[in-house]
Design a protein around this ligand. Structure first.
Ligand code: NAP
Length: 463
């Protein structure tokens, strides 16, 4: 897809951008590598200064940054401002903790003194980051903040529908005092990724996106023997047990399924409700969804945004048609949405056959998959019968039960009495088809460092 800003609320193509030429790609890699050779020797304070200033700039100009998100992918303006703030918080996390997280670790080893065996964290080099459009700043910051703190440099291939967001991230770092080449945006078609990943100066690849993109990029990384991390799709289970506060669970479910127009990898996509509270929950959930108001994402009273593009809305509609064809009960439960804009009316799917496509599919929009569970064990069974393993949540008034169920779920994250969240200081990552590797905290910063073992032997000359 060519890079273009198309307002999903008006349908207007606002601006288009040319792809980088092979020569421009090579020059960008060259510059990123040259910058790496200098940046790797900078002090933790120098690196932190850039991140601190980037956080300050984001906050100082929050509205302008937020409006770019709303323009390009239709995010509600309040959610866009929250994303700018979250991005600033991630930057500050590494300002505060980066140096500490990268300190050498001394290992107790047989036959050696307590300071003789160290693990030293050293950066790998130029990294290639392929990112999606649903959180155009947060995704870029989630990889860039830890990696430049570690001493790496980043080449960014952002999604083709958020080019101005990509440019905003590149210029943010420049304005924050980063050297040219620390974060470089590249408008490149899929076919160019082979050239980038194949370049020996590129040492690692991080992708957030769909399973299809993840498999393609990871295959290229493997062919070139490069480390990769994948943050892929999810179909988070949202389990409501029989002892849960049903109103609280319904309120959170309405939010968890519909924020960002339902286009979050950790949206509460599969509601799994104990038979004992199912009818009560569903009545309250319907009421909450019906109250959502679709409209102009810049209007603060709007609570349901358009999808990121008309194509996204059309693809979602086609998925729902396929669900109906395999016997799923399909019901619009939201109020009618405007004709103008890439809206999709909130829809409920029930009677989902466990041997069908719908059961294992991620719906990236305001479509709820609802399941009735006979008991706790059945809820866990349904939750784990998904190919995905990103996040999940469990609602119960019994803390021990919450812990027990959270441990039984095959996912990278579980939140008790809250939908899966996105936070600056809680790691992000999944298992199964949701990918591998982590982003954020120390787990993210060590994904692309050489944890080099340095061993000091007796130097008295004896053999
Ligand atoms: P997508 O199509 O996979 O796009 C993501 C990125 O990958 C874009 O930059 C896209 O570029 C690029 N891309 C796609 N195919 C490629 C290929 N063959 N070679 C090189 N680059 C390629 O994802 P999406 O459908 O827009 O985004 C939604 C998906 O991302 C959902 O599955 C969602 O759950 C997942 N997601 C996961 C996380 C997480 O942290 N786990 C977070 C957010 C989203 P173009 O735009 O140019 O196609």
């Amino acid at each position: 897809m060519p890079y273009a800003t198309t307002n999903p609320y008006t349908g207007e193509v606002v601006r288009t951008f040319d792809d980088a030429t092979p020569e421009q790609i090579d020059a960008a890699i060259e510059r990123a590598d040259a910058t790496f050779q200098e940046w790797r020797n900078t002090s933790p304070e120098e690196r932190a200064a850039v991140l601190r200033e980037a956080a300050r700039l984001l906050r100082a100009d929050k509205r302008r940054y937020a409006e770019i998100l709303t323009l390009e992918m239709g995010k509600l303006i309040a959610e866009a401002e929250a994303e700018v703030e979250l991005s600033a918080k991630i930057l500050e996390y590494y300002v505060d903790k980066g140096a500490e997280l990268l300190k050498p670790r001394y290992l107790p080893a047989e036959g050696f003194g307590s300071q003789d065996v160290q693990l030293v964290n050293q950066p790998l080099g130029v990294l290639f980051a392929v990112e999606p459009w649903n959180f155009p700043y947060y995704q870029v910051i989630r990889i860039t903040a830890p990696q430049v703190t570690a001493g790496n440099t980043v080449l960014l291939k952002h999604a083709s529908n958020v080019p101005q967001s990509a440019l905003a991230m590149e210029s943010l770092f420049r304005e924050a005092g980063a050297p040219e080449g620390l974060l470089t945006n590249l408008f490149v078609p899929h076919s160019a990724t082979e050239r980038i990943i194949g370049d020996p100066r590129v040492r690692g690849v991080a992708l957030t996106g769909s399973e299809r993109a993840g498999a393609a990029i990871a295959a290229l990384a493997a062919e070139n023997l490069k480390k990769s991390t994948l943050e892929l799709g999810g179909a988070d289970a949202f389990i409501v047990l029989d002892d849960a506060d049903v109103q609280k669970a319904a309120d959170w479910a309405v939010f968890g399924r519909h924020w960002n127009a339902g286009q979050v990898c950790v949206s509460s996509k599969r509601l799994i409700v104990d038979d004992a509270v199912y009818d009560d929950f569903l009545a309250r959930y319907r009421e909450g969804v019906e109250a959502l108001k679709a409209g102009d994402p810049l209007d603060p009273s709007t609570t349901l945004a358009p999808l990121s593009s008309q194509k996204a809305a059309d693809d979602l509609a086609a998925q729902v048609v396929r669900a109906r064809e395999e016997g799923v009960t399909v019901e619009a439960i939201g109020s009618p949405v405007p004709e103008q804009g890439a809206f999709y009316v909130p829809t409920l799917l029930t009677d989902i056959p466990e041997d069908g496509e719908t059961f294992v599919t991620e719906f990236f929009g305001p479509v709820t998959q609802l399941y009735r569970a006979t008991d706790e064990a059945d809820a866990i069974r349904i939750a784990n019968a998904s190919p995905f393993g990103l996040g999940g949540s469990v609602f119960t008034n019994d803390p021990e039960r919450g812990q027990r169920v959270s441990r039984a779920l095959e996912t990278g994250m579980v939140y008790i009495n809250q939908p899966t969240g996105v936070k600056a200081d809680i790691p992000f990552g999944g298992v199964k088809h949701s990918g591998y590797g982590h982003e954020l905290i120390d787990l993210g910063i060590t994904e692309f460092v050489n944890q080099k073992a340095v061993v000091v032997s007796d130097i008295d000359g004896s053999f």
